[in-house]
Write a protein that binds this ligand. Structure first.
Ligand code: NAP
Length: 242
């Protein structure tokens, strides 16, 4: 048996229509998993790159919207990837913008994972959860206080759930992507000075690609990672080591 294979597994990836979520969906498909692409919009581009799988509509603006999603579906890998960012001087951030970021990046991650775990545990089955955290699970960032709060909390929730569920056969881990070329970082890359200063600090000498995250998500979902619980794995070209 190849311990890095996901053959026979069924994975649901939130925000699978684009960016990191799309790359994770494709990487899991290459590793042999059947992939359920969950997105609030059109997932056809992702589906076109998958050998098998299906799409479900999932708008996580309501953090409880995945409550019934896993019942009887045989999904044994959950990737909580959907997320948003709000860039503004900390002094100006409004309550609504704070809530929107926290509700999607933290509350929906928690309650989607709870729904997944209820289904797995009720049937005495294991599984894997991969949360997409951030460098801002470790650092403060600039002009993104709600995002930083949410991603620090994702790291904490990852550890808390790992402690409760490791003995039940559920692996709960997270990936902390570095600076990856996606919509999320478009504003940073549009600012030539900021973009260059970020690049100058990355030991690997390049921005990350969404594919860099996909392969790490496969690893954390695979039998090779069965004894790994509660880690927040940086995939950042060495940024945090610097
Ligand atoms: P992205 O291209 O902006 O993707 C964000 C994804 O989240 C999209 O699929 C988006 O769907 C989805 N989403 C947003 N609001 C949603 C909602 N209410 N319900 C359901 N889905 C929703 O950015 P990305 O970089 O791939 O981000 C993916 C994850 O990686 C996020 O959690 C982000 O915080 C994290 N991350 C990214 C970086 C980076 O450098 N790019 C670094 C660290 C962490 P729509 O397309 O419909 O908006």
């Amino acid at each position: 048996m190849n311990p890095f294979s996901l053959a026979g597994r069924r994975a649901l990836v939130t925000g699978a229509n684009t960016g990191i979520g799309q790359a994770i969906a494709w990487a899991m498909g290459r590793a042999g998993a059947e992939v359920v692409c969950a997105a609030r919009g059109d997932c056809s581009e992702t589906m076109a790159g998958l050998p098998n799988g299906r799409a479900v509509t999932l708008d996580l603006s309501d953090p409880l919207s995945a409550s019934d999603l896993f019942k009887g579906e045989g999904i044994d890998i959950l990737v909580n990837n959907a997320g948003t960012i709000h860039r503004e001087d900390a002094i100006d951030v409004a309550s609504d913008d704070w809530d929107r970021v926290i509700d999607l990046n933290l509350k929906s991650v928690y309650f989607t994972t709870q729904a997944f775990a209820r289904e797995r545990i009720a049937h005495g089955l294991g599984g894997a959860v991969v949360n997409i955290a951030s460098l801002l699970s470790f650092q403060g960032g600039i002009r993104v206080p709600a995002y930083t709060a949410s991603k620090h909390a994702v790291a904490g929730v990852t550890k808390a759930l790992a402690n409760e569920w490791a003995a039940k056969g559920l692996n709960v881990n997270a990936i902390a992507p570095g600076y990856i070329v996606t919509n999320n970082t478009a504003a940073l890359r549009a600012d030539a000075d900021r973009s260059q200063s970020i690049l100058d600090r990355i030991p690997a000498g390049r921005w990350g690609k969404a594919d860099d995250i996909g392969e790490a998500a496969v690893f954390l979902s695979s039998p090779a990672a069965h004894y790994i619980h509660g880690v927040v794995l940086p995939v950042d070209g060495g940024w945090l080591a610097r």
